[in-house]
Write a protein that binds this ligand. Sequence first.
Ligand code: IPE
Ligand code: IPE
Ligand code: MG
Length: 236
Amino acid sequence: MSIKVPEHIAIIMDGNGRWAKERNLPRSAGHYQGTDNVRNIAIKANEMGVKVLTLYAFSTENWKRPIEEVNYLMGLPAIFINKFLKELMEKGIKIESIGDLSAFPDSTRKVLLEAMEKTKNNNNMTLVFAMNYGGRKDIVDGINRYLEDYTSGKVTEKMTEEMFNGYLSTAKYPEIDLMIRTSLDYRLSNFLLWQLSYAELYFTATHWPDFTPEEFEKAVTDFASRSRRFGGLNEN
Ligand code: IPE
Ligand code: IPE
Ligand code: MG
């Protein structure tokens, strides 16, 4: 039996630190293991027919962490790409990002931009990394871009919801159908605030490094059983 697969899934990959703590390992070990898991879940999502998978990798609030941890996190995209780019190419997965990459070290940014360039014609799933991303910043940046267009006369209309979607970093992606957060904190932590307004939410106690493709499939199956009314009434 085939199930209704979400077009766009967003994940708050949380619990790397707690995963490491439970094993008496440094937090970096949890982040490393979590990075390997990005590969596993991306491959699974692509196989299942998901079109866009957006992963929260670093928030605008994560700068508050100790500098050693921030530095470690900044280096992870390059580790991920060096390890898995070949496989992502084979699977036809495209890499993109949202958030402000300018704060990342040159070396990381270079590897990322190269990977985006190399994968840009892949047309199975798009894997979007939210890096140095904040939902409020996304909205405020969008407002500022609109103001520029309005004052320069490029746009003359008042803002509408449809137009505003176009000013967000996610403009070209479909609506988010399902948002998963691992490690059982029930909050958005400034993730895609505008974009999640009608997403189905799925929370699990599993820490991100332990979140298996099987559990991902379980979340998708759970999604498929939900009745999405969007404020209306059920048909039949
Ligand atoms: C998520 O794991 C990864 C990032 C925020 C970069 P955490 O590092 O937040 O792990 P916990 O929440 O401390 O367990
Ligand atoms: C959200 O997790 C950010 C990422 C997963 C990148 P956090 O661990 O930073 O969120 P809080 O601190 O629990 O809200
Ligand atoms: Mg956390």
